[in-house]
Each structure stands twice: as C-alpha cells, then as structure tokens.
Design a protein around this ligand. Sequence first.
Ligand code: GAL
Length: 373
Amino acid sequence: MIAKKPPMGFNTWNTFGEMFNAQMLCELADAMVERGFKDAGYEYLIVDDHWEMDERDPETGRLVPRPAKFPNGIKEVIDYVHSKGLKFGLYSCAGVKTCGMKPASFNNEYLDAKTFAEWGVDYLKYDYCAKPETQDGDTLYRRMGIALRECGREILFAACNWGQSDVTSWIRSSGAHMYRSTHDIINTYESTCGIFRSQVDKLGASAPFCFNDMDMLTVGMKGAGGPAGNSKGCTPGEYRIQFCTWCMFGVPLILGCDLRNVDEEYRDLLCNEKLIRINQDEEARAPHPIAVNDRMEFMKELSGGEYAVLLINTDTEDTRKGFVSYDMGWKASSGCKMEFEDVLSGEKLTFTDYVRIPVPAHDCRMFIMRLVD
Ligand code: GAL
C-alpha cells in the first residue's frame, strides 16, 4: 500500500535541472544507500523534467528517453535503482508540453502510463504547464489518475499544479497520493518561510493517501546552482527551520541537494530518526499553532500519547520562545508536568505551566513532549 505515510525520496530538479545522466543517477542511488538515506526511509529516486526527447517516437507514439543521457536506455537505470532496493520516479505533465517544452501526456495518458509501467516506474510527478484552456485541471489529473490505476503497476501519483485551480477541493478524488500546494521553492530563507507560512491553514486537507506537498527540500544545497539554487543559500539554523517545519507539517520529504557530497551535518539532520518519526507519524494529524499571536509555535498530536512541539525564531536576535500550558489546551491546575526532549540535542526540560525556551536567531527547536503526573 503506497502513500499511507508522507512519501520520502530524492528529486534531480533543485540541484541538477536538466544536467543529469545515467551514470550520475546510479551514483546518486549508491549515495542514497551508502550514506544512510535509504535506512532513514528515503526510497524514491525521482528524475524530473528533461529526460525526454523533443518528439515522441513517430511509429509507436511513445515518449523516448534522451540517448545522450541514457546511452543504454532508461530501463537499465531503473533496474539498477531497483537492485539497490530503491524505487524509481519519473516526470510528465498534464498539458501538451512539459515546463521544459518537452512532449507531455495530454491525450496520451493511457499510453504513457502503460509505458511507465513497462519500464518499471514506481512514481510519477505530474506537472501543469501548457494546459489546454478548454480543460479543467480536475479532469486532467483524474484522467492520469485512472490511467495509472489501470496500468498494471503500483505507481505513486504526485500531482504538481502549484496549489492552483482550487486544487484542494478536487485533488483527493483524482487518485493523487500527494499534490504540490505551493509554488516552487528556491534555496533561500525567505522562500522557506513563505512556503511554511502559506501552509499553516491548509494542512487539514493533508492526510494518508493524499498529502500536501511543500516542494523539494533545499537543505544542504548551500550555494549550489541549479533551478532552485541561490548563491546566498541558507545558514544551518535556517535549514533547521526548513527541515523541522516540513517534518512537523507531515508533508513529503523529497531531497534536492546533491546526496553524493552533501555535508555530514546536513546528512545527519535529514536522517534524524526522531524528526522522521514525527513526519511519518501514522495518525498524520495536522499541527496547529499554540499561541495565536505570532503563529511560530506549533504542536502536533502524535500516536502513542506523545506530542511534537516546534518553536521557531524568525527574528534576527536570539530570544526565548514559549507559551502558557493553557494555550496548549489544558490547565496547570490539572497537576500535569510537561516533559520536553529536544530531538536534536537530546536535552530534557520540565515545565509546569509557563514554558520558556531559548531559541537562537533564525533557528528553531523541536521537541517530543509528554505529559506526566
Ligand atoms: C515546474 C515544477 C518544478 C519542476 C519544473 C520542471 O513546474 O514546479 O518542480 O518540475 O517544472 O520543468
């Protein structure tokens, strides 16, 4: 059963754009295994736009992988990815052209789904460029949703219409397992904050088998180039804000940095067992702001009687963040104590009613919290 929990993987787009090839994909698959990403739960290796030739095969009408990128065909790469115990993802688009002006799947949904199934594809990212004006997004995604259901292989359907066309009201009916609920991310602090803020009121729609998607992570990209690249990059604290919000918000974790050489510091963050446990919690409950004033403190009910708590400091000065237990939903007079465990440092803190915790500038702290007598 796929997408019962937020999907996890890696996508070529953020760092590589159209600059990838078979050998690099095999190296990325190796890095996913050897550097511990697979063991942490990342399973899909996804190839984004620009894998396709400019035209379909004139005889069969099928999409053709670019021989310059795939000299021995795409199946060889897919088989290699599978041999590593990973799954393989590919990209197409609901319009007549992809965003990179390659042939897309409009009116070829069934043929393309069948082709992907024959190649052994496990995940399809499905974009929204060049959509015929006469067609509703709703219809186009439903068509591919049915084509995938009928193609003879279990393929995760990742819709990508950037949160447009009132997508939340129809996407679950299309069969999509996740759907982009934001515009594209870039590798800056402003982009990270803009995206997580835009999702706070939208996460009620995110649930097993159809999750909101806040786009691929830029954690660890630093000053890398590529479509999401930005020479400014983010600081370690700003990357912590990105990864902790994606985990807290229970959205897909699709990595976008170069897994082959990302710093150990970021590898450790991206593979943090407790953060991933919070992201993958089986009840998949939406987080909610604790104190309504600045909406930078979040709490999330976890299975097993625990809670996750995230405190974000978007100020340029170090500060103490916190709240009163009443804001979390119970009175101090209940006699309970709150036991906090910092998921990154392991530090343990106990509070009765007033919570006050230091949080550095442009950084965050994330905790697993239990109520004890
Ligand atoms: C955009 C999409 C990106 C990437 C790109 C490829 O529409 O949001 O994530 O897939 O197209 O051309």
